[in-house]
Design a binder for this molecule. Structure first.
Ligand SMILES: NC(=O)c1ccc[n+]([C@@H]2O[C@H](COP(=O)([O-])OP(=O)(O)OC[C@H]3O[C@@H](n4cnc5c(N)ncnc54)[C@H](O)[C@@H]3O)[C@@H](O)[C@H]2O)c1
Length: 313
């Protein structure tokens, strides 16, 4: 059983689902908690029965009976915390954005290579059941050769800024903190990007956020195929619109947000259907269970992380 020390109990608290009785088969558990917010720390400790707590990240990392550190603190802390964890011999699960600067990216890559430990960036779209099924369909050849992909992330962040003021007070970059979701999604399906062009605009809707918060990105992949990413975090979000959209266009079919059409083949007529899963198998908590299982697989069996340090950078 792998023992995980979890730092940051906002989005990070979704990892605590791994401790639930229904997830006994997972070979990984959260055994220690760290947050500088003492009220949040004691609440999570009581809710999930994790007795060992600390407000000091160094203290968490120094514990010899922890195998993996989960880093879910504000983004600008990630670089130093990843390096400290790897230097202490721990494996690392870290939320996006892995880091914010090229210098940090180089330091983290060097520390992973030197330590030989696993680093997984938990890009949640890869744990979404509908996207995983879309990936399975594409890999099976069902929609032919992928020729085009587009991914969108539309999220009016104004209420998020109110709940988590660090997002407007610390150095931020929504190209890394927001656009990384759809960029990772298209790379997952289409492979490496060879050429990219991006426009950014500060929309002015989110008055607290000082930088560009809307981006339009065009890309050409190494395969010669093309794609597009739209990330709008400084707009008014209408009801019913998916936050994370994904379009996949193949030579024999198309999948858009789980709606599938596969062209007729021989005597088999065209197929049109929607990929669906029950409500309780969707959302960040379920996605994080997928990530925990994958992390355990990487550490125990040496599987390559879906998003490792170089993809994260
Ligand atoms: N879908 C996703 O992948 C997703 C969704 C939300 C947030 N995130 C990421 O999660 C990270 C945290 O965002 P959030 O929304 O949870 O913010 P948050 O403010 O709700 O949570 C961060 C927590 O970290 C704690 N913290 C701050 N400094 C610390 C330190 N030095 N040591 C230990 N704990 C510390 C804070 O007290 C807070 O409880 C960010 O990197 C964000 O981009 C990812």
């Amino acid at each position: 059983m792998l023992r995980l020390g979890l730092a940051g109990l906002g989005h990070g608290s979704t990892l605590l689902g791994a401790n639930g009785p229904e997830n006994q088969d997972l070979p990984i558990r959260v055994t220690a908690l760290c947050d500088v917010d003492e009220a949040r720390l004691s609440q999570a400790s009581a809710d999930y029965g994790v007795e060992r707590t600390t407000t000091d990240f160094e203290q968490l990392v120094g514990q010899s009976d922890i195998d993996v550190i989960g880093i879910y603190t504000p983004g600008p802390f990630h670089g130093d915390q990843i390096v400290a964890s790897l230097n202490a011999g721990k494996h690392v699960m870290v939320t996006k954005a892995m880091v914010y600067t090229m210098k940090e990216a180089e330091q983290v890559i060097e520390a992973v290579d030197r330590s030989g430990r696993v680093l997984l960036v938990t890009q949640t779209m890869r744990g979404d059941a509908r996207h995983m099924e879309s990936k399975r369909l594409c890999d099976s050849g069902a929609i032919g050769e992928l020729i085009l992909s587009e991914a969108t992330y539309v999220h009016d962040l104004r209420p998020v800024y109110t709940d988590t003021p660090w997002r407007t007070q610390m150095p931020q970059d929504l190209l890394l903190g927001g656009a990384c979701h759809p960029i990772d999604a298209v790379r997952w399906f289409m492979g490496d990007i060879e050429e990219v062009h991006c426009y950014g605009l500060r929309g002015g809707v989110a008055t607290d956020y000082p930088q560009e918060d809307n981006f339009v990105i065009n890309m050409r992949f190494s395969s010669g195929r093309i794609g597009r990413v739209a990330t709008y975090c400084g707009v008014v979000h209408p009801p019913g619109l998916l936050m994370n959209g994904l379009g996949l266009f193949g030579t024999r079919g198309t999948i858009i947000d789980g709606r599938v059409r596969i062209e007729p083949e021989g005597d088999v007529p065209a197929r049109e259907y929607e990929i669906t899963f029950p409500e309780n198998q969707q959302g960040h908590s379920t996605e994080m269970l997928v990530m925990m299982r994958h992390m355990a697989d990487c550490v125990i069996n040496g599987t390559k992380p879906w998003v490792g340090v170089r993809e994260g950078a």
